[in-house]
Design a protein around this ligand. Structure first.
Ligand code: APR
Length: 247
């Protein structure tokens, strides 16, 4: 029977999460954009999210890349520039500490700013790629970030197709990363899902494939119908801070 905790009950819930974590032999953490908002990176679907202002098909899809490169380029240029000076928040460092202490096996993330790696996690599966890594969509050759900033064409094939190594709407996830992440999630005995609306396929299937205990930490109650054992409605940073105190 799932338990939903919010408000002042959070301490109780975090106590339960701490005991699950201590008991677990293999824990995986799955994160979404809600893990990065406390580092001042907007998410996508809450009230100030990107997709509340912009239609993703216009700027973050294969159609936009092929049919309106200048708008595509402008959008990603703006998103990458907004990352200047952005650093992990305390919650990222707590997750990195959990890996250092051998309490979690890996982090599976939908986020593309790379903050888990910057915070010190070694086993990170970036299912949607990394926005600061650039390649040519024509010949797949890696390209420099400054060439993307300058709006240059590909230096090896000349195509006007430099793009970030992120998964656009209409593209499939990187096969090996996906396979490895699915393997970890299917074999873990505790999956902690943090800061995601669970709206986007196929990542939104992962919590259903976990065979152990599953916990959902989000600042709005999403994922109705998911059989989470524990739902903690609160901010990622606050819940992780309380969790660290109980370990
Ligand atoms: N703490 C906890 N939850 C938070 C916080 C926070 N500080 N801030 C936001 N949230 C919650 C929001 O309420 C929302 O339910 O995180 C969730 C983020 O959901 P989305 O914005 O849909 O982000 P995400 O689930 O990661 O989106 C998946 O969609 O557009 C694509 O590629 C993009 O990777 C992204 C994918």
């Amino acid at each position: 029977m799932e338990k939903v905790f919010k408000g002042k009950e959070i301490d109780l819930a975090v106590g339960e999460l701490a005991s699950l974590l201590k008991k677990a032999k293999k824990t995986v953490i799955l994160t979404g954009a809600g893990m990065d908002t406390e580092s001042n990176i907007p998410d996508f679907r809450s009230k100030n999210g990107w997709w509340k202002k912009i239609d993703p098909r216009m700027v973050a899809s294969t159609e936009s890349l092929y049919n309106d490169y200048s708008l595509f380029h402008e959008f990603y240029l703006m998103r990458i520039k907004l990352l200047e000076g952005i650093v992990p928040h305390e919650g990222h460092y707590i997750i990195a500490d959990l890996e250092k202490r051998g309490m979690i096996k890996s982090v599976v993330t939908q986020n593309v700013a790379g903050l888990h790696t910057v915070a010190g996690n070694q086993n990170v599966y970036e299912l949607h790629g990394n926005i600061k890594s650039i390649r040519c969509d024509g010949c797949n050759q890696g390209a420099k970030l400054e060439d993307f900033f300058a709006g240059k064409d590909c230096t090896s094939c000349g195509a006007r197709a430099l793009r970030p190594n992120v998964v656009l709407f209409g593209e499939t996830l990187p096969p090996q990363v996906w396979e490895d992440a699915v393997g970890d999630i299917k074999s873990c005995d505790l999956l902690i899902v943090i800061g995601t609306s669970l709206e986007v396929y196929p990542v939104n299937q992962l919590p259903l494939w976990a065979r152990g205990k599953t916990v959902f930490i989000n600042n709005e109650d999403r994922g109705a119908g998911y059989p989470f054992d524990l739902r903690i409605i609160g901010k990622a940073g606050e819940v992780l801070r309380k969790l660290q105190e109980k370990l």
